[in-house]
Each structure stands twice: as C-alpha cells, then as structure tokens.
Design a protein around this ligand. Structure first.
Ligand SMILES: *Cc1c(COP(=O)(O)O)cnc(C)c1O
Length: 448
C-alpha cells in the first residue's frame, strides 16, 4: 500500500516516509491510495470469534490487517514485529443491553484510546529505524494528555529519544507526573509560558533546517498516519465480537473532536467492514454535525466543555473525510449521522448509565451515549430502519481520569486505575527553559 496527500494526489509516498514526515510537505494529510479489500479476512475472524479469547482475536486482527496494509513494501517479518510490539493491551466489548454496547478503549497505559495509535506508531518507528544507523528525536508540545500517551508509547524504544514541551504550572498534577517521571529516553522540558509558546517553539525548531537535520527531528502528532491506521483495527474487533453473537446491523458511535478516530472507522468501512453507519457525536463544538445538516463547513474558535479532549473548533481530519467522500456532502450523509450534546446532557448521560446499568462512564463516552439514544429514538419514530440496529459506542477514556465530573453526576468517586496511581509516587524530573527558541536549540544541540 502507498499513501497520498489530501492536497495533491500525485504526492505519493511509502509508509516509512509518511510516518516520519507526519504532515506532507504540501501541508496535506496522508491517506491510503487505492483499494484494500479485507472482507474475506473479516469473515474468517467472524467464523473464529467464538473459539478464541478476545485478546487473541484482537492480536490476530492487528497482524492480519497490518500484513494486508504494509506488505510487501515492508518485509513480512518486520510487519509482524511492529504488530506484536504494539499489542500490550486490547479493547473490551461490554454490552449494556440488547441494543447498546461499549467498546472500552481505555485499558492501555494512559487509560485513553490514544494509546492505540501512539503505541503502533512507536513500534513502527522503532522497527523501521533499525536499518538507518542514526537516532531520531521526537519533539512534541502538549497541553497534557496527548504528550503522556506519546511518552508512554515511546518509553524504552530503541533508536528514539522523546522531548516533550509542556507549559509550566498549566497541566494537572497527574498529567505532570505522567510527563516527568519516566526518565530514560523521555525528557520533559518545562516551558515558562503557555501551551501556545510550546507549540510555537516546536514549529520554530522544525523550521530551523540546520537544527532539524543535525538532531534528526521527527513529530508524532495526532494526524500522523502511523496513529490513524491502527485505530481502524478496533472497529474490526468490535464488529467481529458483536456480529458473532447477534444478527443486528452494526452502527458505531464515535465521540469526536479532531475526527481522527471516526476517520479510522470510515477507512475500515471502505476496506469492507459491514457497518451500516457512524454516529459522529460531538459536544457543543459541533462544526461537523452542522456541516452534515447544512452542507457548509464553518470552523470557529473552540468552546470549553466537560469533554475537553473534544474541544476542537477546526477538526484537522475533516480534510481526510472530505477527500474520502469525494467532497460530496450527500455521500457523507449516507454514512455519517451527526449529533451535538451539551454539558448538561453529558452529566445526565453519566447519571443515567450509572442508574440503569451500574456502570461509570467518562464525559466523552457520555456524549456518545446521549447521541446514541437520540439516534435510536429517531430511527424508531421515522420507521426508517428496516432491520434492527445495534450500536457500539466507543468508550474513549477511563472514568477515573474525570473523577470530579463523574462524582458530580453520580455521587460516586471512580477509582483511579493502577497504572495512573502508580506514577503519583514517583519523583518529578524536568528541565526548565524560557519560551525562547535559542534555549530550545541549545538544549537539543547539547544533548542529541
Ligand atoms: C482525543 C479524544 C477524543 C477525540 O478523538 P478525535 O480522534 O480527536 O476525534 C475523544 N475522547 C477522548 C478521551 C480523547 O482523548
């Protein structure tokens, strides 16, 4: 499989180049070129699902689709190693009732779905750097959560160093512990400034040709193809687990911000996953549901909400969706159904799921739950659904990461997962720098 830029179909690269570039030189995002057809593979998974443990099934899905995507351009032996290095944890399908299930994506090291993409990208880079005899330095700016997923994923990887810039005093206590206590190949730079300063410094470092060549700078943003592709694997897993025990049509509900997660699901559908539709669930930052309603895409500044990882006013992956659906809103409407959910409704959703099913969910998942309820009501009242539909809601974060909101909604304080509690006892190590490119430059040249 080769990959092309959303801004120029003639800009075609291989997987290695795409993941080390991140953004295409023309400013576009990479997408798979040409058809991948894996219906046969999915049928095999469905037939065998009942006989296998879920973790084993997931492992085989990762290996099977990676092979289809990445060989023969990358040797099969390497593809297999990338797959096995990346699957230290697996998704879990949990039924709420006979219509709705949660696909829990928070059993990785930082307890949110971004662990899946970060882990596959880190394994890809580690394996694909083996033949080059030089190290790469990943430079990332973070306002909290993305940086910790990247740090954990790259921790201990050969041939790679990670430098994370975060704004001093502006991330939570837990986030700071996650960023600063790993050590080894992970360095935390505490910037005396705001998140915007961190982002500007990273941008300036990449624009400094000499610096970026001397220390072999690389990015690992959420738009990286190596983070996007593996997110489609858990859609296949959820689908296979669900259809092997029922004959409903499957709809996925995806709590969305930057729309990377949803784009990965749409890719799986293009490859032959028999899903009927996707619900694009957002908080009040709802430019995509608005586009689906009006046909006009109007980005605007983001608004702060309880589901803060989805506070995005100009979702970067919309560019990918547009290309996949030939820039045709009617085609997009056939597959995507938009719903926007307020903070008040989010709280109601957390409470309702706790009262009806005895399960605590985080605010992002609650946005998905409310959107799902509305979707099912709409389908029932329209009579527009000819056969029964089951909805799989992607549960994107562990409720323990949002304990204040969960407690406010239910009166119950969720437990912090062990992997997060463990870092609280560790010692913080960071290097403080001013918000100035000369300080960042000096640091990088001295250490790498
Ligand atoms: C990043 C994130 C999202 C949004 O995912 P996108 O791919 O940006 O749409 C949803 N929930 C949680 C918990 C996240 O961290």
């Amino acid at each position: 499989m080769k990959f092309f830029s959303t801004r120029n179909r003639n800009n075609i690269v291989d997987y290695k180049r795409a993941i080390f570039e991140g953004l295409a030189p023309d400013g576009g995002l990479y997408l798979p070129l040409g058809e991948l057809k894996i219906e046969g593979l999915i049928e095999t998974f469905v037939r065998e699902a009942g006989k296998k443990r879920a973790t084993e099934l997931y492992r085989e899905i990762v290996q099977g689709i990676s092979r289809a995507l990445l060989t023969p351009e990358i040797e099969p032996e390497k593809v297999e190693r990338i797959g096995s290095l990346s699957v230290g944890f697996a998704p879990v399908l949990r039924r709420l009732n006979d219509r709705i299930a949660l696909l829990e994506l928070f059993h990785g090291p930082t307890c949110a779905f971004k662990d899946f993409g970060a882990s596959f990208l880190a394994s890809s880079m580690e394996v694909l750097l083996e033949d080059d005899n030089r190290r790469a330095v990943i430079l990332v700016a973070t306002s909290g959560d993305t940086g910790s997923a990247v740090a954990r994923a790259f921790y201990g990887k050969k041939n790679i160093d990670v430098v994370i810039l975060y704004p001093s005093g502006r991330v939570s206590y837990l986030q700071e512990k996650q960023l600063t206590t790993l050590g080894e190949n992970i360095t935390a730079l505490e910037v005396r400034g705001a998140f915007d300063d961190c982002q500007r410094l990273v941008k300036e470092a990449f624009m400094d040709r000499e610096l970026s060549r001397k220390v072999n700078l690389t990015s690992a943003n959420s738009i990286n193809l190596g983070r996007l592709l593996p997110q489609s694997y858990y859609y296949v897993f959820g689908y296979v687990e669900a259809v092997s025990s029922s004959d409903e049509d499957i709809v996925f509900c995806v709590p969305s911000g930057n729309f990377g997660n949803l784009t990965a699901g749409v890719l799986a559908w293009k490859w032959g996953l028999g899903t009927r539709r996707f619900i694009a669930a957002t908080n009040v930052n709802d430019v995509v549901p608005e586009y689906l309603a009006s046909g006009v895409f109007a980005p605007r500044p983001s608004v702060k909400t309880l589901s803060n990882a989805m506070d995005v006013g100009n979702p970067s992956n919309f560019e990918r969706l547009r290309v996949i659906f030939d820039d045709n809103v009617d085609k997009m409407r056939e597959m995507l159904y938009g719903e926007s959910v307020s903070d008040e409704e989010t709280i109601d959703g957390i409470r309702e799921v706790y009262e009806r099913f005895g399960i605590l969910i985080d605010p992002h998942t609650a946005v998905g739950y409310i959107a799902t309820k509305r979707y099912l009501e709409r389908m029932r009242s329209d009579g527009s659904s000819s056969s029964p539909e089951g909805v799989i809601i992607l549960a994107t974060a562990h409720p323990g990461k949002f304990s204040d909101t969960v407690k406010r909604a239910t009166g119950v304080e969720p437990e912090l997962p062990d992997t997060l509690r463990e870092v609280l006892g560790r010692e913080k190590r960071s290097v403080v720098i001013g918000p100035d490119i000369s300080e960042l430059r000096a640091f990088l040249l001295k250490h790498f």
